[in-house]
Write a protein that binds this ligand. Structure first.
Ligand code: CDP
Ligand code: CDP
Length: 213
């Protein structure tokens, strides 16, 4: 096994990966790595340079500096889409791979993304795949962005469509597609709040001996 624990958290958009990963990192006193931010930062660079996310990205991925991941404009809807587009390029993924492994190896980590349990850390100490229906995830993302639930069915349908399009693109790509690792524990969170998800995950980590009772 690994010297330090690495906890892999994968799943589709707005499933609650980041929320869980951040809380888990607190509980376990481990660093947290949000790998989505890497792809978002690459996409941001491409957009700023007037490039096309369908074609550009590899050069921007190699040029990435830590400040890129601290930008405050990485969560915009246009960046959601562009991040998923640049994430299809094998060269982009290759340029980001060693960064992610280095981060986790240094002193362990809770890492969230799409391919953490399958590609980045196939020997992670524990793997979770967090999901919920597209409708529930769309409403969660909406509340996160605007501070209140969406009351307009047409507007919510747009958010559902955007989430479905991104999940479809992330799942269908050839390199490191979104899918649960064979040894991942799947948690369907439609009827669970963030505290409920954390509680389940902590129980599993106790059973695995990663958290002491
Ligand atoms: O990282 P990911 O895109 O998977 O999702 P997130 O940003 O962690 O969560 C999206 C929103 O859903 C946040 O506002 C969370 O508070 C909320 N939420 C959650 O994380 N987990 C639940 N079980 C329910 C809601
Ligand atoms: O928070 P949310 O789930 O909406 O997105 P994110 O985790 O920030 O990821 C943004 C995009 O980056 C995803 O739609 C994927 O296309 C890509 N990504 C990836 O390909 N591999 C990862 N390990 C993380 C993100």
């Amino acid at each position: 096994g690994m010297k330090y624990p690495v906890i892999a958290i994968d799943g589709p958009a707005a499933a609650g990966k980041g929320t869980l990963a951040r809380q888990l990192a607190d509980v376990l006193e481990l660093p947290y790595l949000d790998t989505g931010l890497l792809y978002r930062a690459v996409a941001r660079r491409v957009l700023d340079q007037g490039g096309d996310p369908a074609h550009d990205g590899p050069e921007q991925a190699r040029q990435l500096v830590p400040e890129d991941m601290r930008r405050t404009d990485l969560r915009e809807p246009e960046v959601d889409k562009a991040a998923s587009a640049v994430a299809r390029h094998p060269e982009v993924r290759e340029a980001l791979l060693e960064r992610q492994r280095h981060f986790g190896r240094a002193r362990g980590a809770v890492v969230d993304g799409r391919d953490i349990g399958t590609v980045v850390f196939p020997d992670a100490s524990a793997k979770f795949f967090i999901t919920a229906s597209p409708e529930v995830r769309a409403q969660r993302r909406y509340v996160q962005r605007y501070g209140h639930p969406c009351a307009d069915p047409a507007e919510l349908a747009e958010e559902v469509a955007a989430i479905n399009a991104r999940d479809q693109q992330d799942s269908a790509r050839e390199t490191a597609p979104l899918r649960p690792a064979e040894d991942a524990v799947q948690i369907v969170t439609d009827d669970l709040d963030a505290a409920g998800v954390l509680e389940r995950v902590c129980l599993i980590l106790q059973e695995k001996g990663i958290i002491r009772r």
